[in-house]
Design a protein around this ligand. Structure first.
Ligand SMILES: NC(=O)c1ccc[n+]([C@@H]2O[C@H](COP(=O)([O-])OP(=O)(O)OC[C@H]3O[C@@H](n4cnc5c(N)ncnc54)[C@H](O)[C@@H]3O)[C@@H](O)[C@H]2O)c1
Length: 270
């Protein structure tokens, strides 16, 4: 029996993924600052706590084989909160992983770690999954920081690390930009299974999107770890394109990070 720790299990992705990650030979250990009330006692355990509480993180990590780290702030926030929850919190997770001999950590990074890359700069080919950091705000910066933290824990402690630069992982695309950036729930589960597989040993940084017809972010790095997406956001095109034209003259579509590049917190830094 293997044990997979899922941090942030009470959130949008955690809730979507719990039924999809269930396996007869796997226990899901759920961890979140928020309560989870519908635990399936045959296949799940719950530890409540904050990633900023190192004792709670150590309790959550003790005895697991791998970690899927989703927990933290999932959008722009104050510098102090971002540093504490996303950066210090992720360091606590890696630190506990090293201390408890956990060999695989899959990290929910974000397209916002590289949000200022543009469609034009991709130059007609797909933007690589491991393109260099260009965060579009404090949140995106924290994701670039934890990607680098993963590199440190890989090089120093030999932990296998996969950074997932997730586009839009929801039941359906949240907006027209999602026609390129969406990752369906089933594909999200496929990407996580690939990230836990032997093919993903080492250190990897990959996009987290479906096989979208309008995507311009490369599938090569995901394919290298065995990720084979099957869904396409095109099924939602009529709904979204009734109100928006699909043109890369639109800054929301031109930049990886879309509207986050104009977020007020980011503007304050300039
Ligand atoms: N959903 C997406 O499209 C998307 C895109 C890019 C990146 N991501 C990343 O994936 C992860 C999951 O995203 P989501 O959509 O489920 O976000 P979410 O906000 O719905 O869930 C985040 C979860 O983390 C928990 N959390 C917050 N602070 C915590 C703390 N101090 N200690 C423990 N748990 C804490 C929250 O209670 C929540 O349940 C996040 O790290 C997010 O940045 C998601």
């Amino acid at each position: 029996m293997s044990r997979l720790l899922v941090t942030g299990a009470a959130g949008n992705m955690g809730t979507m993924l719990r039924p999809l990650l269930r396996r007869p030979d796997r226990t899901l250990r759920l961890f979140d600052i928020a309560d989870v009330t519908d635990i399936d006692s045959a296949s799940e355990e719950f530890v409540q706590g904050s990633v900023t509480d190192r004792e709670a993180v150590a309790r959550a990590v003790d005895g697991v084989d791998a970690i899927l780290h989703l927990g933290g702030l999932s959008t722009e926030d104050s510098w102090a909160n971002i540093l504490s929850v996303n950066v210090d919190g992720t360091q606590a997770v890696f630190d506990a992983a090293a201390a408890h001999g956990v060999t695989r950590v899959v990290v929910a990074s974000s397209n916002h770690a590289v949000g200022f890359w543009t469609h034009d700069e991709a130059g007609g080919s797909d933007l690589p999954g491991d393109v260099g950091a260009r965060p579009d705000g404090f949140y995106g910066w924290s994701k670039a920081a934890v990607e680098a933290l993963g590199r440190l824990y890989h090089d120093r402690f030999g932990i296998d690390v996969v950074n997932l630069r997730i586009g839009s992982s929801f039941e359906k695309p949240p907006n027209y930009r999602g026609l390129a950036s969406w990752m369906s729930p089933a594909d999200t589960a496929r990407l996580i299974e690939a990230s836990l597989s032997d093919d993903a040993k080492g250190f990897h940084t990959v996009w987290g999107i479906s096989k979208n017809s309008r995507a311009w972010w490369s599938g090569a790095e995901g394919a290298a770890i065995g990720y084979e997406p099957r869904d396409d956001a095109e099924q939602f095109a009529d709904e979204f394109l009734a109100e928006h034209e699909w043109t890369f003259d639109d800054p929301i579509l031109q930049r990886v990070g879309g509207a986050f590049c104009d977020h007020p917190l980011g503007q304050r830094m300039r």
